[in-house]
Design a protein around this ligand. Structure first.
Ligand SMILES: *[C@@H]1O[C@H](CO)[C@@H](O)[C@H](O)[C@H]1NC(C)=O
Ligand SMILES: *[C@@H]1O[C@H](CO)[C@@H](O)[C@H](O)[C@H]1NC(C)=O
Length: 460
């Protein structure tokens, strides 16, 4: 027996002794495209970020966007305002749908121009601009903050006329203002939670999506006519994936999906747990968050604001539902007492502090970069979900999430590529993104995944 075979035999013995479970990462079985991970600073939070003390602001930006010390978020979602002056680019009605609109641009957009520039300075180039509503005068209710439909869509006639083309022009104009500011918008949405009636900007569609179906071709034509075919259209940002699953067959049957590039949904009323059938379009979770307070806790009782709760949601979404992106609600806020729906705050008033949930995202988003493709991972250690992705630079990232009550030792084997280096990090209660052992031996990597913990392995 050659010396190296001795080592291999000894390794096999150790494997047996440690009751390892084998997982095979197969670069030959390519699954969904991964665009990245992100968040929003909508509803004044971008201005709050912009106005934060310089020290906290810089720390928070580094946490959110740095790929060496932070989460490396790679997508931002901006709100296209629909209200009055200072919120919308068309605060006043021109009188009729065919009259020339008076657009207003303050080169600020509630701090979102600054926020987008900051994100871009860290290399972010996926910018999703999403409207919560059309301006109120284009809706059946006459207000952007009360329930109503876009005038002219199927089933909704208004005395003022059909505002579909005007709304499409408004959305195109918003993209053009950003282009002029040097910020290319890559994705454009015209709805937010159309299955919900809050007390602020809102616009509904029916469960058969008939209003979206009658607007999407008009928006697509307007975007193309403006020379912006490079902007990807999305639909429909429902409150949860249950509603999204009911929209999809209607959008597909009507041909609407041929104009869209991404199916978007939020995860408030239902998570994405399976790969939705009916369309091959990428599916992105574009908003989600807990209802309880901001906390740095990773795992205590499994509450909705704990880091591990979100680690598990992310694993289910990326592995079982094969999502192409996952966006949380807000990134940075300076309000310790309000809801947990932001990722970075301050606990001492001097330093930026990431939440437990922030670290759940970081385990995926720091090393799985835009343009990555998910690849197959087979093998089932008890309680462990395994996601794997191949980056454009040839590196491979494996994320192991252990929701079980016991630590699991796993042995990763590889097909379709031969890694030369291996590095790994662990996050569990008490450790955040801490280097952990991931020995590469005989072409395989052995790692231990603690209970209620996540291990990210990077192979080059
Ligand atoms: C940008 O907009 C925000 C929110 O409307 C406002 O508070 C801030 O003063 C504006 N900044 C500039 C430079 O206009
Ligand atoms: C799309 O094309 C327009 C027109 O050439 C350009 O101004 C804009 O920056 C492009 N956007 C993206 C996302 O590449």
């Amino acid at each position: 027996m050659h010396f190296s075979e001795h080592i291999a035999a000894f390794g096999a013995f150790l494997s047996f002794a440690a009751a390892q479970t084998a997982i095979t990462i197969d670069a030959g079985t390519v699954l969904q495209d991964i665009a990245g991970f992100g968040f929003s600073q909508a509803f004044g939070r971008a201005t709050e970020f912009k106005n934060a003390a310089a020290g906290i602001q810089k720390q928070a930006l580094d946490y959110l966007f740095s790929t060496s010390t932070g989460a490396g978020f790679s997508i931002i979602r901006n709100r296209i305002g629909s209200g009055g002056s200072g919120d919308s680019i068309e605060p006043n009605s021109p009188g009729s749908p065919s009259s020339a609109p008076s657009y207003v641009w303050d080169n600020n957009d509630s701090g979102q121009v600054w926020f987008s520039q900051q994100a871009r300075s860290y290399g972010v180039n996926t910018i999703y601009a999403d409207a919560w509503s059309a301006p109120g005068f284009m809706k059946t209710s006459g207000s952007d903050a009360t329930p109503g439909y876009l005038c002219g869509t199927t089933g909704h006639t208004c005395s003022t006329g059909d505002w579909r083309q005007a709304y499409a022009n408004f959305l195109v104009k918003y993209v053009q203002f950003y282009d002029a500011a040097g910020i290319p918008i890559t994705h454009l949405g015209f709805l937010n939670e159309p299955d919900f009636s809050p007390g602020y900007s809102q616009m509904q569609i029916s469960s058969n999506a008939q209003e979206a179906i009658s607007f999407i071709p008009i928006l697509s034509a307007a975007v193309k006519a403006a020379g912006l075919s490079n902007v990807t259209l999305t639909c429909c940002d429902a409150v949860g994936w249950g509603t999204t699953a009911t929209y999809i067959p209607n959008l597909v049957n009507a041909g609407s999906t041929s104009y869209l590039g991404v199916i978007t949904s939020h995860s408030y009323s239902a998570d994405a747990t399976t790969n939705l059938a009916g369309t091959s379009l990428p599916k992105w979770n574009t908003e989600g968050g807990p209802s309880s307070a901001f906390t740095t806790t990773w795992y205590a009782s499994g509450a909705d604001n704990e880091g591990f709760t979100w680690a598990n949601k992310l694993a289910v979404a990326m592995v079982n539902a094969r999502l192409g992106a996952y966006l949380f609600w807000e990134g940075f806020e300076l309000r310790q007492t309000q809801s947990g729906s932001h990722l970075v705050d301050t606990t001492d008033g001097v330093n930026a502090t990431p939440s437990g949930i922030f670290w759940a995202f970081a385990m995926w988003s720091r090393y799985i970069r835009p343009g990555a493709k998910a690849i197959a991972a087979t093998g089932s250690p008890s309680g462990v979900l395994t996601g794997a992705a191949r980056n454009a630079d040839g590196s491979t990232v494996v994320v192991l999430t252990n929701s079980g009550t016991a630590s699991q030792s796993v042995k990763l084997g590889f097909e379709g590529f031969t890694p030369k280096t291996s590095s790994a990090w662990v996050t569990n209660q008490g450790s955040t993104f801490k280097t952990t052992t991931a020995a590469l031996s005989g072409g395989a990597v052995t790692v231990s995944v603690p209970s209620k913990g996540v291990v990210t392995v990077r192979l080059t």
